[in-house]
Design a protein around this ligand. Structure first.
Ligand code: PMP
Length: 431
């Protein structure tokens, strides 16, 4: 198929599909859920990026979380340039890695020792292996709608019964690989209690997004996280907070600080790399001593702790520690959410929204959802129309109904107001 379109996005998308499956290197980028042609990005600065046709967008995905200080922040770019000039990768330890570990341990008190990796997937996958290695148990508990990367044992949805083990959500994942993964309802304390009651002594760990950002934005209730902490302690299971998305996003100390709940292990990613591939997992020194080379749990990476990526991460972590950073970020997300809600109400469109720190959710439903099932009941058709309307107006939201959004420190009042002016037009058309 060849298109008569003169849009560079169309031309590039066609070309990309010849050599890359679906034309993209990560599925959600393909616009499959919303339809239409993905935008090919040529450059980004502050709260904006530009596509291959030269059109400017206000960006509300921020690379799906990392771009918290805005795109191409001069201090981050300078740190990367300086590090690159000293060499790209050594495969031997560096001072930068020590400094990054020290910074993470300082900012996230539940972490006494940390291992740097290159993606969130590696961080959660390794944390699971550590939990299994440390407990000598096989079973893991996850929650429907939480995403923890694409490791085999995590690509699983709930089985037919509440306490039956899950089914793979991807071809190529053997049933055998997910037979130890129990998938429960998010925010359902009774179900979690039942699971521990019936098989507590075989559960290695519970892994959770303490503020969920992969089924739109859904807050955990304090009771849910509290019960999880109590049950893990009582039964000798490891509690893993996957803060790849919410870490350094909902606040400086992440969701664990927000809720005042201390996990045994934490997975981090996104913001700690500032747009470069850095992720991490960490916890008590005692637990982390199970890792090779001192312990029996193996894990490794050619580019782990990469000096250029670590430089970007350290520059970003310095910027988010400036006084008032998270207060301002939260305030801007709050203004966006309040403004969108008001605009929808004025137009008579059923809509609500929520934000925690610098992440937000938009729901085409009466109430803010508390579980995957409630979230899935939202009006996807309306979201898609809203998405495309906003895209035409130069505002880029996540190209799928059920994803969280992100603001950066560069989304100032003028940027938010421009967004809301567009939203008022688009909601009026939807009504
Ligand atoms: N955990 C969470 C909570 C995530 O949001 C993501 C990515 N969106 C991952 C893990 C996987 O991270 P990565 O894409 O870097 O492998």
């Amino acid at each position: 198929m060849t298109t008569a379109s003169t849009s560079q996005n169309d031309i590039l998308f066609e070309r990309a599909q010849l050599t890359t499956p679906g034309g993209v290197n990560s599925p959600v980028r393909a616009f499959k859920s919303v339809g239409g042609t993905p935008r090919f990005i040529t450059r980004a600065e502050g709260p904006y990026f530009w596509d291959a046709d030269g059109k400017r967008y206000i960006d509300y995905i921020g690379s799906w979380g990392p771009a918290i200080v805005g795109h191409a922040h001069p201090q981050v770019v300078k740190a990367v340039q300086d590090a690159a000039a000293r060499g790209l990768s050594f495969g031997a330890p560096t001072l930068g890695e020590i400094e990054m570990a020290e910074e993470i341990c300082k900012l996230v008190p539940s972490i006494e020792q940390v291992r740097l990796v290159s993606s969130g997937t590696e961080a959660t996958m390794s944390a699971l292996r550590l939990a299994r290695g440390a407990t000598g148990r096989d079973k893991i508990v996850k929650f429907e709608g939480c995403y923890h990367g694409h490791a085999d044992s995590l690509l699983v949805k709930a089985g037919s019964g509440l306490l039956t083990f899950g089914n793979p959500t991807s071809a190529g994942v053997p049933e055998d690989f997910v037979k130890h993964t129990l998938v429960l309802d998010y925010n359902n304390v009774a179900q979690l209690e039942d699971a521990f009651e019936s098989m507590g002594d075989t559960i290695a760990c519970v892994i959770v997004e303490p503020v969920a950002g992969n089924m739109n934005l859904i807050r955990a209730t304090p009771e849910f996280l509290g019960a999880m902490r109590r049950l893990c302690t009582e039964h000798g299971a490891v509690l893993i907070f996957d803060e790849v998305m919410c870490g350094f996003r909902v606040g400086l100390g992440g969701a664990q600080e927000l809720y005042g709940i201390t996990p045994d292990l934490t997975a981090l990613g996104k913001v700690i790399g500032g747009g470069m591939p850095v992720a991490a997992f960490g916890g008590s020194a005692q637990l982390m001593h199970n890792m090779a080379p001192i312990g029996a749990v193996y894990q490794a990476g050619t580019l782990s702790g990469n000096p250029v990526a670590v430089a970007a991460g350290m520059a970003t972590l310095a910027l988010v520690q400036q006084p008032g950073f998270y207060e301002k970020l939260s305030a801007q997300a709050g203004k966006l959410v309040a403004g969108l809600t008001a605009a929808a109400k004025e137009a008579g469109v059923t809509f609500c929204a929520d934000s925690v720190g610098g992440m937000f959710g938009m729901y085409f439903s009466q109430n803010v959802p508390a579980s995957y099932g409630q979230m899935m009941a939202g009006d996807k058709t309306r979201f898609n129309a809203f998405f495309h309307g906003m895209l035409d107006e130069g505002v880029y939201f996540a190209p799928a109904a059920f994803e969280a959004g992100f603001v950066s420190a560069m989304h100032d009042d003028a940027v938010i107001e421009e967004t809301l002016a567009a939203a008022r037009k688009v909601f009026a058309r939807l009504a």
